[in-house]
Design a protein around this ligand. Sequence first.
Ligand code: NAP
Length: 283
Amino acid sequence: MLEKIILDGNLVANDIKEGLKERVVQLKSQGITPCLATVLVGNDPSSATYVKMKGNACARLGIDSRRIHLPETTTTEELIKTINDLNDDETVHGILLQHPVPSQIDERAAFEEISLDKDVDGVTSWGYGQTALGFGVYPSCTPAAILKIMEYYNIETKGKHAVVVGRSPILGKPVSALLLNKNATVTTCHSYTENLPKLVEQADIVIAAVGKPSFIKGDWLKTGAIVLDAGYNPGNIGDVEYESCFEKASAITPVPGGVGPVTISMLLKHTVDSAEKKLAQFV
Ligand code: NAP
């Protein structure tokens, strides 16, 4: 019987948060309270829940969160103005624009407006580019979380074949770049990829970032593959079919309790990192 490891995201997240507690205390003792500004546009209930969860996670660690909720009818210009105000606000250390925004908004233009030193979710093209070149300061939080889980569980990436299913700017592309920088051999798949099950079958490491519930099946996997499921679909369902993938995998993240909690912890970490950088400018 193959040994199974459940890659416990709550364990990893708690480890990150424990490491942040003292850093927040130190910052506060020097007059700086780390602050994350979240910008939510419109009334999408899932987005509202995510923003609330992030705010609550900040509060538990003593990090300030500034929640800005703009109406569904907000224009690109109005959103950009809000982002610029946050860029100029010395007390804000990280800006998170909750994705997706309503369709009348040019989301890319809004992301690009976030100043690089406050781009704690790696959404700007500068942030992404630096991550891809291997010197990114704040990689996107979900890709960073996936790498953090692998680091925590001592999962080797060097020389391994990683197959990433999905190529979105916030997930598939940056996680592919991070894995490449960690000396994995990376195949990035998307909706035009042919023979996807055959490609997944070659993977030592499978990253599911496709946004379709239970999409990746256990019989696609090589026995002993390591599976990290970033998917989060209604009903707490990941992008892999958990039961069948559990059977074939040697290690797998559950949903919920896998990549999700670590993503939030990486956001907190990046906000604290940014506040420390700000402090360093004064001393
Ligand atoms: P997305 O922007 O919708 O991107 C989905 C990607 O999957 C696209 O690149 C798409 O290809 C590809 N795809 C779609 N159908 C496919 C198919 N049949 N075969 C192969 N590839 C296919 O989604 P996302 O924002 O990256 O999110 C992906 C998943 O991660 C979702 O379940 C989301 O809820 C979850 N997520 C979780 C967290 C977290 O904190 N845990 C954070 C963010 C997202 P094309 O490029 O060709 O369209």
